[in-house]
Design a protein around this ligand. Sequence first.
Ligand code: FE2
Length: 332
Amino acid sequence: MATATRHTTGTEITTTPVGGRIGAVIDGVRLGGDLDPAAVTAVRDALLAHKVVFFRGQHHLDEESHEAFARLLGTPVAHPTVPSADGRYALGIDSHHGARANQWHTDVTFVPAYPAFSILRAVTIPPYGGDTLWANTATAYAHLAEPLRALADSLRAVHSNDYDYAALKPDALPEALAQYREVFTSTRFRTEHPVVRVHPETGERTLLLGNFVQRLQGLTGRDSRALLDLFQAHIELPENTVRWQWQPGDVAIWDNRATQHYGVDDSGDHERTLRRVTVDGDVPVGTDGRHSVLLSPETVPAPSFGIPSGASAAPEAEAAPEAEAEPAAATA
Ligand SMILES: [Fe+2]
């Protein structure tokens, strides 16, 4: 059912859910740095409620106005390792360069204060395919049986940007893989997060996993993999997901603290170009009050422009039990 909010300029903002648990289309908003405060509040409220919101027809946006709009939601941050497309904050998501995001993940979870929001703008869309799926990690947690929720609450996981790209993309050209890997992992991060984080704005508990996870702390590799598969299967349940078929001019904004997403790699060699601007997040807190901890390197290095994602002031690091590193399963 659509919900309408009238805002100060007199236009009506309509929010229409796409799925029962996640996703809504917002009409009546022209995104940009000049969006009035009432409309920003309406967008933010819908975003927190529906986890991902979609806008059609935002053809007027360019790198500058995309970034200017992002500033209305928070502080834009650069990717910790991948250079931007515009020398500032716009990350290129380009089918012709690097790995595709066809693995379930939450953006940049290999650093502690990973982005709160990602704003993705379609530039060139292939004639078919190239959809993106999002999953609601709050409803995934809420629908777990109670013993599984208790188990998840007690676990912590190590996330890293260093993984076996060749295992993920067996048919990719070795040179392309090597080049992407070199850039993406120019700094190798390892961060320990709680498996369940308490959302700083909604208070909801969300599952914090995805394919930057290397292993669960304190478990054998086999037990770790079995439990990760179990929880991840609940996140990916179709009931927890929404699928978006892109058109040029579309914008999707998601709450990166309450979702995972997956870019479907089914448009062959057709060009698919999107731009992403991320907004700084805060350091996650588990249900036991323990924060996430950067295990390595000692600090998040500064990118070539601005502040890096995850560089928000972290609380004093709590002692984290070090687990032995084990080769990662396929992650992206
Ligand atoms: Fe992503």
